[in-house]
Write a protein that binds this ligand. Structure first.
Ligand SMILES: Cc1cc2nc3c(=O)[nH]c(=O)nc-3n(C[C@H](O)[C@H](O)[C@H](O)COP(=O)(O)OP(=O)(O)OC[C@H]3O[C@@H](n4cnc5c(N)ncnc54)[C@H](O)[C@@H]3O)c2cc1C
Length: 416
């Protein structure tokens, strides 16, 4: 391992490996470390969607009212625990501020830009990658179980159309005709035809392989433990394999970026949005399009040979334990809308911590306090589908180039 690289990336999730690929292709000497195996954090078991029509920030108008109703339901799709934790309370106050309509629309515009760029980038990666990539552009079908739910989906579509994301409204009959596998109680929906999905771990591995081809050193089982600061810069990083003295540090450690950044006085307001996924043998259904069940926030994605079911967001610090009741709620929703047989075997459930900032936007950019630190964390429910754009932003920043989209909404300076 090079001990004085130009760039040290901490974290080998989809964000870190996408940056390693992009920076090494631009000519930087890159070392990436991960305390485990790259791609085995939150990037491992996600739904695999690359869906601009789904690119909204977590705080949205009306969400807190719904969350309050859901508080007492152990099977609800969202859980915000109320604890006397000052950091959590500060986070919730900021979150509430960001549920205003104008913040929601501005955040959506910014996230759609990142997602559209990334969708094209993944399509290109899939066609260039020598091992092939199971990238499918079959669209996304968002369905609702109630007329109110359909109204909400149509409202989102109208907003998305203003950002040039197209979709078609479907009534109950239209949904069933389009996707006959949905035999359960569906009131209608919206089909976004341009959306894609892929297997997330395969995407991380493809990006890591390309980074490796371009000269990046990707080192697993190596933990960043502490920073040595000199004046306003990080002079060295102590890792479980010794000191590394990079010129620039890129912090891409997902929700675990918060304790690392705190060591240099940077308070990243990141909490974990714990979600779950599980897989089911696909032979139980002929579903061909990824589906969102809107009211339950359950994502059902057909990957080759398997269906992945994903959902739930529980706000935690770093607790990854699995709640059987929430896993059952996800599975029961899929069974209900797809009429899956009771005996359809479900593989071992998985949990992941979505790194969530209170405004629902990732933090991407140089720290004002510590100029040789670049932060790339906080991608909430959209880390896969915004990874190539994040990498492009970081690379343009490093090379003093103007990025193809506005970097300002993502600046970590908003929390410094
Ligand atoms: C149920 C669920 C479904 C989802 N579905 C989608 C989807 O369909 N599309 C989408 O775009 N997003 C989805 N997401 C969100 C997406 O998974 C995340 O936004 C994304 O994985 C975040 O990537 P990351 O690289 O920032 O973090 P991670 O993948 O968590 O990577 C961080 C890495 O940092 C490493 N690390 C931490 N601390 C250290 C340290 N001290 N030293 C060295 N390494 C360290 C960890 O080992 C880890 O590998 C979903 C998430 C969940 C939970």
């Amino acid at each position: 391992m090079t001990s004085k690289p130009e760039v040290l990336i901490i974290g080998g999730g989809v964000i870190g490996v996408a940056i390693a690929n992009s920076l090494s292709r631009a000519g930087s000497e890159v070392v990436l470390i991960d305390r485990g195996l790259p791609g085995h954090g939150c990037s491992y078991g996600n739904a695999g969607w690359v869906a601009p029509g789904f690119a909204t920030p977590l705080p949205r108008p009306g969400l807190l009212m719904k969350a309050a109703r859901w508080m007492l339901d152990p099977r609800s799709p969202l859980r915000i625990p109320l604890r006397p934790d000052p950091a959590l309370i500060a986070w919730l106050v900021r979150f509430l501020w960001n549920t205003r309509q104008e913040r929601f629309i501005a955040g959506t515009r910014a996230l759609v830009e990142l997602s559209q760029y990334s969708l094209e980038a993944f399509e290109k990666l899939a066609s260039d990658h020598r091992g092939g990539l199971d990238f499918q552009r079959k669209g996304l079908l968002q369905v609702a179980l109630t007329p109110d739910g359909v109204t909400g989906l149509v409202r989102d579509l109208r907003m998305m159309e203003a950002f040039r994301v197209e979709g078609t409204v479907m009534d109950e009959e239209g949904v069933r005709e389009f996707e006959p596998s949905l035999t359960g109680p569906v009131a209608g929906g919206v089909h976004y035809p341009g959306e894609a999905h892929l297997e997330p771990l395969e995407a991380v591995e493809a990006l890591a392989n390309r980074a490796d081809d371009a000269g990046a050193q990707i080192i697993p089982s190596t933990e960043a433990i502490r920073f040595r600061r000199e004046a306003d810069r990080i002079a060295a990083v102590l890792t479980s394999r010794g000191w590394i003295e990079p010129e620039t540090v890129v912090l891409a450690s997902g929700v675990w970026s918060r304790p690392l950044a705190a060591q240099v006085g940077l308070r990243l307001p990141l909490f974990g949005g714990k979600g779950y996924s599980m897989t089911v043998d696909r032979s139980a259904t002929a579903l061909s399009t990824p589906v969102l069940v809107a009211e339950r926030k359950v994502a059902i994605t057909p990957h080759s040979g398997r269906l992945r079911l994903a959902g739930t967001l529980e706000l935690v610090r770093d607790d990854e334990t699995i709640s059987p009741r929430r896993v059952d709620a996800i599975r029961d929703t899929a069974r209900e809308v797809l009429a899956l047989p009771e005996q359809a075997p479900i593989e071992k459930p998985w949990s992941g911590l979505r790194p969530c900032a209170p405004d629902g936007l990732p933090l991407i950019g140089r720290s004002r306090r510590v100029p040789n630190l670049i932060v790339a964390a906080g991608h909430q429910m959209l880390g896969l589908q915004t990874a190539p754009a994040t990498a492009r932003l970081v690379t343009d920043l490093m090379y003093d180039r103007t990025p193809p989209f506005n970097p300002q909404p993502f600046s970590p300076a908003r929390y410094e």
